[in-house]
Design a binder for this molecule. Structure first.
Ligand code: SPQ
Length: 430
């Protein structure tokens, strides 16, 4: 753990940054490159600890992966050429790696064991193991497959027709990648649409997948062929500077290359509805994922209610949206967000506890939080709970707080945004 003390003196923020690669797309680029036959090249890969854990797992399966800055080269002869690993696959802090790998490994011919850090050891895995077991997967783990370590004995899989009980791209992706190896056509039904990077990438690697009104149909046995993947900037990382630009005084921040996939851009809707002064210039669509340059300025903000289908489109941004709401006039209600309880930490409890320490008027509810603003924030000693997004929320709060803010663990931010503090420093007007 590395504590960080921040006494920024309520600066203005000015300048342009290019946010690092999208974590969800970076993970999937390596997974797909390893499954596909041939060579895959990735541009703009996120060198965050979570994505490096994914690379490490596939190297242990015998897949050749070279990393050169943010360019990654993957060479594979397909799943059947993978080797049975002699070591445990270590997924670190990454729920995405653990859950999607479970789906991928279920349909191999290999015996594998996966585990992660203390936070991963508390995150529910039966939400993935259960539908995979319906397909014929053999998965064992603590509490009947609920918690890591997980042991997977690869087996023959059959297609399923599955209605998702929660909106989760990790569960959906695990099922779809297991379905690739299954006999028959798998159907996944979503009531609220979760991020669709897997569906887009299946098409990019040459497969056919049909999506209509939240129903995904995917025939097993299709071949994936290596290709070039361009990773957009991560809107979940940009979110911290979108909020910082809107709430810090006399500020104007431009972010280039921000991924604006419509299943991920809920924060943009929230900022617009709250009245943020923002300009979005969409880039010519070059790749499977759309991108834009977004400029945001100090704004007069009003409260709103965030709920329903909007929630999966901004689930990872809720900690920093809660901070944003402390600066908006009126009462912001966030509901239908009980999924926050099973992230790297319980993000409802963590956000409410830490923002209260800074002076915010915020209360937890069963499925979200209620925040009344605007409130002036003051210095405090904050806990991150080892959660990168809570750490970055604390650092953005430090930019507007009167006094010193300390976070107990700045190192955890490297999971998704290793150059976060470089970007903060580059924007502060001295
Ligand atoms: O990978 P991990 O640890 O689960 O990461 C988080 C995050 O905040 O970075 C969640 F804690 O993002 C998830 C996201 O919440 C990444 C993800 C994906 O790439 O498919 C999907 C979402 O999770 P879920 O449970 O809704 O599928």
């Amino acid at each position: 753990m590395s504590a960080k003390k921040m006494n920024y003196g309520q600066p203005s923020l000015q300048g342009t940054i290019t946010v690092p690669g999208d974590k969800s797309v970076s993970h999937r680029s390596v997974m797909f490159g390893a499954i596909a036959e041939g060579k895959t090249t990735v541009e703009g890969f996120l060198l965050g600890e979570d994505c490096l854990s994914t690379i490490d797992c596939f190297r242990k399966l015998g897949v050749k992966i070279e990393v050169d800055g943010t360019n990654v080269k993957i060479e594979s002869a397909g799943i059947d050429a993978w080797e049975e690993p002699k070591e445990v696959l270590y997924t670190g802090n990454s729920g995405t790696t653990t859950r999607i790998m479970l789906g991928i490994l279920a349909g191999t011919k290999l015996h594998t064991v996966m585990t992660g850090d203390a936070s991963i050891g508390k995150r529910p895995m039966r939400r993935v193991a259960n539908p995979l077991r319906m397909m014929g997967a053999q998965i064992a783990g603590r509490e009947n497959g609920q918690y890591t370590p997980l042991a997977i004995q690869g087996s023959t899989l059959q297609a399923i027709d599955y209605t998702m009980p929660v909106a989760s791209a990790q569960v959906k992706s695990a099922i779809l990648l297991a379905a690739l190896r299954a006999e028959g056509t798998t159907i996944v039904r979503e009531s609220s649409v979760s991020r669709d990077h897997t569906e887009r990438m299946l098409r990019q690697f040459g497969a056919t997948v049909d999506v209509e009104d939240g129903v995904i149909s995917f025939a097993g046995g299709q071949k994936l062929t290596g290709t070039h993947v361009f990773v957009p900037g991560d809107i979940s990382s940009a979110a911290f500077f979108l909020v910082a630009g809107a709430i810090a005084k006399n500020s104007r921040i431009t972010m280039k290359n921000v991924g604006i996939n419509p299943t991920r851009d809920g924060i943009v809707n929230v900022l617009a509805e709250m009245g943020a002064a923002m300009e979005i210039i969409v880039d010519d669509e070059l790749a499977a994922e759309p991108t834009a340059t977004i400029t945001i300025e100090t704004s007069d903000l009003r409260a709103m209610t965030i709920e329903g289908d909007l929630i999966p489109r901004l689930i990872d941004e809720i900690p920093v949206i809660a901070l944003l709401a402390t600066q908006a006039t009126g009462t912001t209600i966030i509901k239908d967000a009980e999924e926050l309880k099973v992230k790297e930490t319980d993000r409802i409890t963590a956000v409410v506890t830490e923002l209260k320490k800074l002076g915010a008027n915020i209360e937890a509810t069963d499925d979200g939080m209620i925040i009344t603003g605007p409130t002036a924030l003051h210095g405090a000693d904050l806990q991150t709970y080892g959660d990168h997004r809570i750490g970055m929320m604390g650092a953005v709060a430090a930019l507007i707080a009167d006094g010193e803010v300390t976070i107990d663990d700045a190192a955890c931010i490297a999971v998704s945004y290793p150059i976060f503090f470089e970007h903060v420093e580059s924007l502060i007007v001295k």
